[in-house]
Design a protein around this ligand. Sequence first.
Ligand code: HEM
Length: 216
Amino acid sequence: MRIVHDNLLDALQAAETKGLLDLFTERRYCKKEIIFFPKHTENYVFIVKEGRVRVYLAFDDKEFTVSILEAGDVFSTHTRAFTEALDDCTLLICSTENFSRMLIDYPTFTHYLINVLGDLLKNCFTIIINLAFMEAKSRLRKYLLSEAEEKGVYCKEGIKVEIGHDLSRIATIIGVSRQTVSSLVNEFCRMGILERLNRKTILIKDREALQNMDKQ
Ligand code: HEM
Protein backbone atom coordinates (compact mmCIF):
# COMPACT_ATOMS: atom_id res chain seq x y z
CA MET A 1 0.00 0.00 0.00
CA ARG A 2 1.28 3.42 -0.94
CA ILE A 3 1.79 5.87 1.92
CA VAL A 4 0.64 9.34 0.97
CA HIS A 5 1.07 11.10 4.32
CA ASP A 6 3.09 14.28 4.54
CA ASN A 7 5.72 13.08 6.98
CA LEU A 8 6.95 10.05 8.85
CA LEU A 9 5.04 10.96 12.00
CA ASP A 10 1.73 10.98 10.12
CA ALA A 11 2.68 7.76 8.41
CA LEU A 12 3.44 6.05 11.73
CA GLN A 13 0.22 7.28 13.26
CA ALA A 14 -1.82 5.90 10.38
CA ALA A 15 -4.04 3.01 11.37
CA GLU A 16 -2.19 0.33 9.42
CA THR A 17 1.15 1.08 11.05
CA LYS A 18 0.01 2.14 14.53
CA GLY A 19 1.84 -0.69 16.26
CA LEU A 20 5.13 0.75 15.06
CA LEU A 21 4.86 3.68 17.45
CA ASP A 22 5.31 1.22 20.32
CA LEU A 23 8.94 0.83 19.22
CA PHE A 24 9.59 4.50 20.04
CA THR A 25 10.17 6.15 23.40
CA GLU A 26 8.98 9.70 23.90
CA ARG A 27 11.44 12.19 25.44
CA ARG A 28 11.20 15.91 26.09
CA TYR A 29 13.97 18.47 25.82
CA CYS A 30 14.08 22.12 26.87
CA LYS A 31 14.75 24.97 24.50
CA LYS A 32 18.53 25.45 23.88
CA GLU A 33 19.35 22.01 25.30
CA ILE A 34 21.93 19.95 23.40
CA ILE A 35 19.98 16.79 22.62
CA PHE A 36 22.76 14.59 21.27
CA PHE A 37 26.48 15.11 20.94
CA PRO A 38 28.35 13.71 17.90
CA LYS A 39 28.59 9.94 17.72
CA HIS A 40 26.37 9.45 20.76
CA THR A 41 27.12 6.12 22.42
CA GLU A 42 23.66 4.67 21.69
CA ASN A 43 22.72 4.32 18.05
CA TYR A 44 19.25 5.88 17.76
CA VAL A 45 16.96 7.16 15.07
CA PHE A 46 14.58 9.86 16.24
CA ILE A 47 11.54 11.63 14.88
CA VAL A 48 10.68 15.16 15.92
CA LYS A 49 7.17 15.14 17.39
CA GLU A 50 7.04 18.77 18.56
CA GLY A 51 9.36 21.76 18.25
CA ARG A 52 12.35 22.40 16.03
CA VAL A 53 15.79 20.81 16.26
CA ARG A 54 18.96 22.35 14.86
CA VAL A 55 21.52 19.96 13.38
CA TYR A 56 24.98 21.48 13.25
CA LEU A 57 28.67 20.74 12.89
CA ALA A 58 31.00 22.46 15.31
CA PHE A 59 34.76 22.77 15.50
CA ASP A 60 36.69 25.20 17.70
CA ASP A 61 34.67 28.43 17.60
CA LYS A 62 32.94 27.67 14.28
CA GLU A 63 29.44 26.24 13.81
CA PHE A 64 27.69 25.27 10.60
CA THR A 65 23.97 24.58 10.66
CA VAL A 66 23.23 21.76 8.25
CA SER A 67 19.51 21.35 8.88
CA ILE A 68 16.60 22.60 10.95
CA LEU A 69 14.33 19.63 11.66
CA GLU A 70 10.63 20.18 12.14
CA ALA A 71 7.77 17.98 13.33
CA GLY A 72 7.79 14.75 11.33
CA ASP A 73 11.47 14.99 10.33
CA VAL A 74 13.78 12.10 11.15
CA PHE A 75 17.44 12.02 12.12
CA SER A 76 19.97 9.78 13.84
CA THR A 77 22.62 9.89 16.55
CA HIS A 78 25.36 8.13 14.54
CA THR A 79 26.62 11.29 12.85
CA ARG A 80 29.31 13.88 13.52
CA ALA A 81 26.61 16.51 14.08
CA PHE A 82 25.26 18.07 17.27
CA THR A 83 21.51 18.37 17.72
CA GLU A 84 20.07 21.24 19.72
CA ALA A 85 16.49 22.02 20.76
CA LEU A 86 15.49 25.34 19.21
CA ASP A 87 12.18 25.19 21.09
CA ASP A 88 10.89 22.97 23.86
CA CYS A 89 10.89 19.69 21.94
CA THR A 90 9.43 16.22 22.06
CA LEU A 91 11.23 13.42 20.24
CA LEU A 92 10.23 9.86 19.47
CA ILE A 93 13.34 7.74 19.78
CA CYS A 94 14.01 4.19 18.67
CA SER A 95 17.07 2.03 18.12
CA THR A 96 18.58 2.25 14.65
CA GLU A 97 18.35 -1.52 14.50
CA ASN A 98 14.56 -1.49 14.96
CA PHE A 99 14.21 1.40 12.54
CA SER A 100 16.23 -0.51 9.98
CA ARG A 101 13.83 -3.49 10.29
CA MET A 102 10.90 -1.08 9.92
CA LEU A 103 12.32 0.16 6.62
CA ILE A 104 12.45 -3.38 5.30
CA ASP A 105 8.75 -3.86 6.12
CA TYR A 106 7.74 -0.36 4.98
CA PRO A 107 10.13 0.63 2.20
CA THR A 108 8.08 3.73 1.35
CA PHE A 109 9.32 5.26 4.65
CA THR A 110 12.66 5.84 2.92
CA HIS A 111 10.93 8.71 1.13
CA TYR A 112 10.88 10.70 4.39
CA LEU A 113 14.54 10.00 5.02
CA ILE A 114 15.41 11.27 1.57
CA ASN A 115 13.61 14.54 2.33
CA VAL A 116 15.80 15.17 5.38
CA LEU A 117 19.01 13.84 3.84
CA GLY A 118 18.37 15.89 0.69
CA ASP A 119 18.01 19.05 2.78
CA LEU A 120 21.16 18.16 4.67
CA LEU A 121 23.07 17.60 1.44
CA LYS A 122 21.84 20.88 -0.02
CA ASN A 123 23.07 22.81 3.02
CA CYS A 124 26.39 20.93 3.01
CA PHE A 125 26.87 21.87 -0.68
CA THR A 126 26.21 25.52 0.18
CA ILE A 127 28.73 25.41 3.02
CA ILE A 128 31.39 23.73 0.85
CA ILE A 129 30.86 26.18 -2.01
CA ASN A 130 31.02 29.18 0.33
CA LEU A 131 34.17 27.94 2.04
CA ALA A 132 35.95 27.11 -1.21
CA PHE A 133 34.82 30.31 -2.90
CA MET A 134 35.67 32.58 0.02
CA GLU A 135 39.12 31.04 0.16
CA ALA A 136 39.71 31.71 -3.56
CA LYS A 137 38.34 35.24 -3.22
CA SER A 138 40.68 35.99 -0.37
CA ARG A 139 43.71 34.65 -2.28
CA LEU A 140 42.88 36.69 -5.40
CA ARG A 141 42.31 39.80 -3.32
CA LYS A 142 45.68 39.43 -1.58
CA TYR A 143 47.46 38.67 -4.86
CA LEU A 144 46.07 41.80 -6.56
CA LEU A 145 46.98 43.98 -3.57
CA SER A 146 50.56 42.68 -3.52
CA GLU A 147 50.88 43.14 -7.31
CA ALA A 148 49.56 46.69 -6.93
CA GLU A 149 52.07 47.34 -4.18
CA GLU A 150 55.04 45.92 -6.10
CA LYS A 151 54.40 46.78 -9.73
CA GLY A 152 51.22 48.86 -9.81
CA VAL A 153 51.16 52.06 -11.85
CA TYR A 154 49.17 54.79 -10.16
CA CYS A 155 46.92 56.86 -12.40
CA LYS A 156 43.94 59.17 -11.93
CA GLU A 157 41.43 56.29 -12.11
CA GLY A 158 43.28 53.97 -9.73
CA ILE A 159 46.17 51.49 -9.97
CA LYS A 160 46.99 49.66 -13.19
CA VAL A 161 48.29 46.12 -12.75
CA GLU A 162 49.78 44.02 -15.58
CA ILE A 163 48.48 40.47 -15.26
CA GLY A 164 50.29 38.75 -18.17
CA HIS A 165 48.52 37.28 -21.18
CA ASP A 166 45.33 36.14 -19.52
CA LEU A 167 43.97 35.01 -16.16
CA SER A 168 45.62 31.56 -16.32
CA ARG A 169 48.85 32.88 -14.81
CA ILE A 170 47.01 34.29 -11.78
CA ALA A 171 45.08 31.04 -11.49
CA THR A 172 48.31 29.04 -11.37
CA ILE A 173 49.92 31.40 -8.86
CA ILE A 174 47.03 31.43 -6.41
CA GLY A 175 46.17 27.77 -6.96
CA VAL A 176 42.56 27.96 -8.17
CA SER A 177 40.99 27.25 -11.57
CA ARG A 178 41.05 29.84 -14.37
CA GLN A 179 37.23 29.76 -14.40
CA THR A 180 37.14 30.70 -10.72
CA VAL A 181 39.56 33.61 -11.26
CA SER A 182 37.49 34.73 -14.23
CA SER A 183 34.19 34.68 -12.32
CA LEU A 184 35.78 36.44 -9.32
CA VAL A 185 37.31 39.16 -11.53
CA ASN A 186 33.90 39.64 -13.17
CA GLU A 187 32.29 39.87 -9.73
CA PHE A 188 34.85 42.47 -8.58
CA CYS A 189 34.21 44.41 -11.83
CA ARG A 190 30.45 44.35 -11.19
CA MET A 191 31.13 45.65 -7.67
CA GLY A 192 33.07 48.58 -9.20
CA ILE A 193 36.32 47.49 -7.54
CA LEU A 194 38.14 46.41 -10.72
CA GLU A 195 38.00 47.11 -14.44
CA ARG A 196 39.52 44.99 -17.23
CA LEU A 197 41.28 47.62 -19.35
CA ASN A 198 42.43 44.95 -21.82
CA ARG A 199 43.44 41.27 -21.72
CA LYS A 200 46.74 42.12 -20.06
CA THR A 201 45.81 44.93 -17.69
CA ILE A 202 43.51 45.27 -14.72
CA LEU A 203 42.67 48.60 -13.15
CA ILE A 204 42.13 48.54 -9.39
CA LYS A 205 39.55 51.30 -9.04
CA ASP A 206 38.87 50.91 -5.33
CA ARG A 207 41.93 49.68 -3.45
CA GLU A 208 40.32 50.30 -0.08
CA ALA A 209 37.32 48.10 -0.88
CA LEU A 210 39.67 45.31 -2.02
CA GLN A 211 41.67 45.73 1.19
CA ASN A 212 38.62 45.59 3.47
CA MET A 213 36.68 42.86 1.67
CA ASP A 214 37.49 40.07 4.17
CA LYS A 215 36.31 42.22 7.07
CA GLN A 216 32.71 42.33 5.73
C1 HEM B 1 17.82 2.67 9.00
C2 HEM B 1 18.75 2.68 9.85
C3 HEM B 1 20.11 3.27 9.55
C4 HEM B 1 21.26 2.58 9.37
C5 HEM B 1 21.43 1.06 9.40
C6 HEM B 1 22.30 3.55 9.14
C7 HEM B 1 23.64 3.27 8.93
C8 HEM B 1 24.64 4.18 8.77
C9 HEM B 1 26.06 3.89 8.68
C10 HEM B 1 26.64 2.46 8.71
C11 HEM B 1 26.72 5.03 8.55
C12 HEM B 1 28.23 5.22 8.43
C13 HEM B 1 28.77 5.48 9.83
C14 HEM B 1 30.27 5.67 9.89
O1 HEM B 1 30.96 5.58 8.89
O2 HEM B 1 30.76 5.97 10.99
C15 HEM B 1 25.74 6.10 8.56
C16 HEM B 1 26.05 7.42 8.47
C17 HEM B 1 25.12 8.42 8.45
N1 HEM B 1 23.76 8.28 8.62
FE1 HEM B 1 22.77 6.54 8.93
N2 HEM B 1 21.77 4.81 9.17
C18 HEM B 1 20.43 4.68 9.42
C19 HEM B 1 19.51 5.70 9.56
C20 HEM B 1 19.81 7.02 9.35
C21 HEM B 1 18.82 8.08 9.41
C22 HEM B 1 17.34 7.90 9.70
C23 HEM B 1 19.48 9.24 9.16
C24 HEM B 1 18.95 10.63 9.06
C25 HEM B 1 17.85 10.94 8.39
C26 HEM B 1 20.88 8.90 8.96
C27 HEM B 1 21.87 9.82 8.69
C28 HEM B 1 23.19 9.52 8.57
C29 HEM B 1 24.22 10.53 8.34
C30 HEM B 1 24.01 12.04 8.22
C31 HEM B 1 25.43 9.84 8.29
C32 HEM B 1 26.82 10.44 8.09
C33 HEM B 1 27.42 10.63 9.47
C34 HEM B 1 28.76 11.35 9.50
O3 HEM B 1 29.66 10.93 8.79
O4 HEM B 1 28.88 12.31 10.27
N3 HEM B 1 21.03 7.56 9.09
N4 HEM B 1 24.49 5.55 8.70
